[in-house]
Design a protein around this ligand. Structure first.
Ligand code: HAM
Length: 432
């Protein structure tokens, strides 16, 4: 018996490992995932959002157009491949562009607006893996279409904030900024270019490049020598047009009314091209780009950009791996539910058939059951304990001849006797 178990542990050489930047979500991690996923569903539904799931891959063009060809994501992080039919497809690097595509394709723009959607989906980015940054990761996100007023910006921020605080993550910071819209941003970018143009010799190589093709990103450079220059740079909120200014003030009032503390951060510009006006992030009070839990903002031009009618939009994406890492860092436990499952143990060849039938009968009457492993009784009971079973039924030769089985409560360690009928009544869940 013991021998059998230990001889299973053979030495061997791994031929395959999970690809770099990916992890397996093992059964012992499931309680965390169940917790965050059910919380995401509960909170979203409470705010009136409906779940949407889009395919894992899309036409490459959707992300080139939607996310922007000068973004890091599209320039160097997509998993793009040609399928056997010759189409270029890309594994979803983010959730917003696909949801916009689906909104249009499924005529949701004809529904009463706004349309409120949420998703829990895997994403893929070819990034340099490190703690908090993976090549395959999961996002909880929401997107709202067809409402331009700032109450809905505040609403999506509130969803994210409430989700995190109900999980017990209270020590978080919300940062906000407005990057203007297509009316006022060109003027602001002009100011930024002029300011940086006069300081070309003092900035890093990346920033010289950004000055050319993505000037907003100059503001979130992490190079030391660029920091004093960023500190003095013109800020977008000082260059908003009247409409953007009133949106920005409206947003701050709503957030204040809801009672969420925030900081305005002039450097917050986000890494995707589709944003206009509101951008925001929620992060724990530790430094570093990979600590940001939630990133989001308004994207009023995106639906039009991919061929639809002019439609305002706003949403966020939140990395679930990062949420779970923060739960663990804060020593917040996810409840491992004890399973009320029966292990049907057996002694002898005849008994294994009876065990198999009984397990099936228990399941058919609404209970949970599995057959004990084909080893000795003690080992079967150890197995039952290791899978967290609540009960064991024991079937041996005597039990077969009398039709009365042993029923052991593994949590209380007491044992009684029961017929098949009694067992099925005991474990079966009455439908009501
Ligand atoms: P994002 O800032 O690229 O925005 O991602 C949002 C969040 O996803 C990040 O704050 C982080 O928690 C998580 N995340 C991103 N990349 C990784 C990674 N490599 N490993 C682990 N977690 C990661 C977006 O994706 C936008 N679609 C958000 C949005 C929705 N904006 C409007 N609507």
């Amino acid at each position: 018996d013991e021998h059998l178990e230990s001889s299973n542990k053979q030495e061997f050489q791994m031929q395959f490992k999970a690809p770099r930047g990916t992890t397996d979500i093992l059964p012992e991690e499931r309680p965390y995932w169940r917790l965050v996923e059910s919380m995401a569903e509960k909170i979203s539904e409470n705010f009136g959002y409906s779940r949407i799931d889009t395919p894992i891959f899309e036409d490459t063009g959707l992300f080139v157009k939607g996310v922007g060809d000068s973004t890091d994501i599209v320039e160097k992080e997509t998993y793009t491949f040609q399928d056997r039919g010759g189409d270029s497809l890309t594994l979803r690097p983010e959730g917003t562009a696909p949801v916009c595509r689906s909104y249009l394709e499924n005529g949701m723009h004809n529904l009463p607006q706004p349309v409120r959607l949420y998703y829990l989906v895997p994403n893929f980015r070819y990034e340099r893996p490190q703690s908090g940054r993976y090549r395959a990761f999961h996002q909880f996100g929401v997107e709202v279409f067809g409402e331009a007023k700032p109450y809905v910006d505040a609403e999506v921020i509130e969803i994210s904030w409430q989700f995190l605080s109900e999980l017990g993550l209270n020590d978080l910071r919300l940062t906000l900024n407005s990057i203007g819209d297509k009316e006022c941003r060109p003027h602001y970018i002009g100011q930024l270019r002029e300011y940086y143009g006069a300081r070309q010799t003092d900035i890093c190589d990346d920033c010289s490049r950004r000055l050319e093709n993505n000037p907003l990103r100059l503001l979130d450079c992490k190079e030391e020598k660029c920091q004093p220059i960023i500190d003095e740079a013109p800020s977008s909120i000082d260059h908003l047009c009247l409409d953007c200014e009133s949106h920005w003030n409206g947003l701050k009032s709503h957030i204040t009314d809801i009672g969420i503390p925030f900081q305005v951060d002039n450097r917050l510009v986000r890494g995707l091209d589709y944003y206009s006006r509101t951008v925001f992030e929620i992060a724990p009070p530790i430094e570093g780009r990979t600590s940001v839990i939630t990133g989001g903002g308004r994207y009023d031009g995106l639906v039009e950009q991919i061929g639809g009618p002019k439609t305002p939009g706003i949403g966020f994406g939140m990395g679930l791996e990062r949420v779970i890492e923060n739960l663990k860092r804060s020593e917040i436990k996810a409840q491992q539910d004890d399973r009320d499952i029966v292990v049907v143990a057996h002694i002898g060849d005849e008994a294994i058939r009876k065990a198999s039938t009984l397990a099936s009968q228990i399941r058919n009457s609404g209970g949970a059951a599995m057959v004990g492993p084909s080893r000795g009784l003690r080992s079967q009971l150890r197995y039952a304990a290791s899978v967290g079973a609540s009960h064991a039924v024991i079937i041996g030769e005597d039990e077969i001849s009398t039709g009365v089985y042993k029923l052991r409560n593994l949590r209380k360690s007491d044992q009684s006797e029961a017929t098949v009928e009694e067992i099925l009544t005991f474990f079966g869940k009455e439908e009501d």
